[in-house]
Design a protein around this ligand. Structure first.
Ligand code: SIN
Length: 301
């Protein structure tokens, strides 16, 4: 499926996702009010990946609630993504999407691009408060979109919070926040907002994403599915995410580059690679990463 991010803000983009082979329609992270987001240039891409500081450009949650019944015609799960600026905003939007018929609601605790609003998911106390309160306002499946964690103890701590608060999915990872790409010719950062700081995606981040998926998979022990994201451009990339324990993948940078045709290409490539390697289904792959025996990574929950 697409990642909440590029090409999922406007009605025509969501319809194109409906007509594509994306397994779901994931909506751009929404706020209470419509937003035009940060100033341009706010997106840049090269052969290694992308940097964005979109700033949550979106139509506001009420518009997306209105669109849900229309998007249902495509017969696939509709997944709004919610990014409030306070707990009560999250609660209001989650309740509204529940009522509007969302199939899954993704809670985005990891947008790096709003000045003065640090990513909630790096604050474990605040995350716990948010997750438990949001859990109590809906029975719909809740996925949590997380940033990359670099310390194993942080992955373990967040995994425990997801289990404790009965979350239904972990989307790993959002972009690697507060990165910079420099144009050496101009001696200048390639995007404008936050003095050039933005979220890194694409090939640049795949190893970071895979490391997060693998340790969360070991901590969650299959109790909560993982949706892998970060550098999926091909069927083999998707295969790597499945090996590390993801059950689904989301595509951001490569989808923006290639458009909705990417979903059928990646499916075909994945099917071909699975048959070449003689796997009968994706279930034979999930979490089956081989590692050199004898080394533990330090803890298990
Ligand atoms: C943005 O709109 O700035 C990106 C959203 C995100 O990374 O969560």
């Amino acid at each position: 499926m697409n990642a909440s991010g590029p090409l999922c803000t406007f009605e025509n983009e969501l319809e194109s996702l409906g007509q594509s082979e994306s397994g779901a329609i994931v909506l751009k992270s929404t706020t209470m009010e419509p937003r035009t987001g940060n100033e341009r240039p706010k997106y840049y891409e090269n052969e290694h990946g992308s940097i964005n500081s979109n700033g949550l450009e979106n139509l506001g949650y009420q518009k997306y609630c209105e669109l849900i019944p229309k998007l249902k015609q495509f017969g696939k799960p509709i997944i709004p993504s919610v990014c409030g600026f306070s707990l009560s905003e999250f609660e209001t939007m989650v309740k509204a999407f529940d009522k509007a018929g969302a199939d899954v609601i993704e809670i985005n605790l990891s947008c790096p691009n709003i000045i003065g609003k640090p990513q909630v998911a790096y604050d474990f106390e605040q995350s716990e408060k948010y997750l438990s309160a949001i859990r109590s306002v809906t029975d719909k499946p809740l996925w949590v979109k997380l940033p990359p964690y670099f310390e194993l103890i942080h992955r373990q701590e967040m995994a425990k919070l997801l289990l404790k608060n009965k979350m239904d999915g972990a989307t790993l990872i959002n972009s690697v926040g507060n990165s910079i790409i420099v144009d050496p010719e101009k001696g200048q950062a390639v995007i404008k907002p936050k003095q050039g700081l933005g979220g890194l995606g694409g090939h640049y981040v795949k190893p970071i994403a895979l490391g997060n998926v693998w340790t969360f998979y070991n901590e969650l022990k299959g109790k909560i599915p993982i949706i892998g994201a970060g550098g999926v451009y091909s069927g083999k990339d998707a295969f790597e995410f499945f090996l590390c324990g993801a059950e689904m993948v989301q595509i951001g940078t490569a989808y923006k580059h290639e458009g909705p045709g990417i979903f059928s290409r990646i499916k075909k490539e994945l099917d071909a690679f699975l048959s070449l390697k003689k796997y009968s289904s994706i279930n034979d792959v999930i979490g089956k990463l081989k590692v050199v025996e004898g080394e533990e990574y330090g803890f298990t929950a």
